[in-house]
Design a protein around this ligand. Structure first.
Ligand code: DCP
Ligand code: MG
Ligand code: MN
Length: 330
């Protein structure tokens, strides 16, 4: 599950926290993605301030904070709470949906469906596993572990172990751990592994065995303990460094070599950085995604993918100065 951005070490952490709580409510209970984004953008704008917000009026000067949010900030500053949140927190349906969506594999729709059948607690779920699919059962089983952050040094150890077993299989595989880890984070929510192989190009057609072989070998080595889903190009599952370790969420993506650097750029993130870079690319007449970068023709139809042999190449095309992974927060 994607975690809400951490709001600690900012002078308006309490305000950001209540905005994030409202955003989660909009996403999970109301399924209103616009309001979800609005609250998140508001929280992000306020988190950047270096001084304490004095009132709603002041907050409304920020891009992303509107009248309604300004009024809520005033109520919060005056009373220390928010009537709307108090109500949400006391509502059984909201409480149930918020709890159930913490399980990986359970989205807002499934959570509501379960809550409407009277399944409101984790124990209710444990007693009704016939209503869950394999992904959801594993998500429930490891919920506590999956909510823990993964320390950087553990990912370093796992990287070495994964590489060892993958190279025993075929020394030509290339594995890179992307995501927040590659950006230098001190801890991560999950492990995002990118896998490629010099013999595998986007023109060479499907090579389904390339990923499955790796997953099978990692299972054999007891590093991978569960599969949540496995496609030709994407594995979502669970790994563990040894029998005493926590269970960790591991994603592996198989990427053709010629698309590797666009994939690496995308899966290194952050998501906000990606959004900004895509916007810049569009302004410069390119369309950029996790696979390739293409020039936009005059008719708005993208042309052939451009050759890319490093992340720097993509920065060059879109006219941005290269930024190291650690400089890609936004
Ligand atoms: N990504 C994106 N847009 C999304 C989801 C993901 O651009 N909506 C990209 C950028 C992310 C990367 O994929 O950095 C990996 O996704 P994660 O959800 O694993 O995010 P992070 O690795 O950045 O953070 P975390 O430590 O929470 O895993
Ligand atoms: Mg990640
Ligand atoms: Mn991930």
């Amino acid at each position: 599950k994607r975690k809400a951005p951490s709001s600690d070490d900012n002078s308006n952490a309490d305000i950001c926290d209540f905005l994030i709580e409202l955003s989660e409510f909009e996403k999970n209970v109301n399924r209103n993605i616009h309001k979800y984004n609005a609250y998140r953008n508001g929280a992000a704008a306020i988190a950047k301030l270096s001084t304490r917000v004095k009132n709603g009026q002041e907050a409304m000067k920020l891009n992303g904070v509107g009248k309604q949010m300004g009024l809520k900030i005033d109520e919060f500053l005056a009373t220390g709470t928010l009537k709307k949140l108090t109500k949400i927190r006391a509502d059984d349906t909201s409480k149930g949906i918020s709890l159930l969506t913490r399980v990986t594999g359970i989205g807002p729709a499934k959570a509501r469906e379960l809550v409407e059948q009277g399944i409101m607690t984790l124990d209710d779920m444990r007693n009704n596993q016939d209503k869950l699919n394999h992904h959801q059962i594993i998500g429930l089983k490891h919920m506590d572990d999956f909510e823990l952050r993964i320390p950087r040094d553990e990912i370093e150890e796992l990287e070495e172990l994964l590489l060892k077993h993958i190279h025993q299989l075929d020394s030509e595989y290339i594995l890179t751990i992307a995501g927040s880890y590659r950006r230098g984070a001190k801890d991560s929510g999950d492990i995002d592994g990118l896998l490629t192989h010099p013999n595998y190009e986007s023109s060479s057609g499907k090579k389904p065995h390339l990923l499955k072989k790796v997953v099978d070998a990692l299972k054999e080595a007891n590093l991978v303990t569960d599969t949540l889903s496995l496609g030709e190009l994407k594995f979502m599952g669970v790994c563990r460094k040894n029998e005493d370790g926590h269970f960790r969420r591991l994603d592996l993506r198989l990427i053709p070599v010629d698309q590797f650097y666009c994939g690496l750029l995308y899966f290194t993130g952050s998501d906000i950085f990606n959004k900004n870079m895509r916007t810049k690319a569009l302004e410069e007449g390119f369309t950029l995604n996790e696979y390739c970068i293409r020039p936009m023709g005059a008719t708005g139809v993208p042309g052939e993918s451009l050759p890319v042999s490093s992340e720097e190449d993509v920065f060059d095309y879109v006219g941005m100065k290269y930024r190291k992974p650690s400089e890609r927060k936004q």
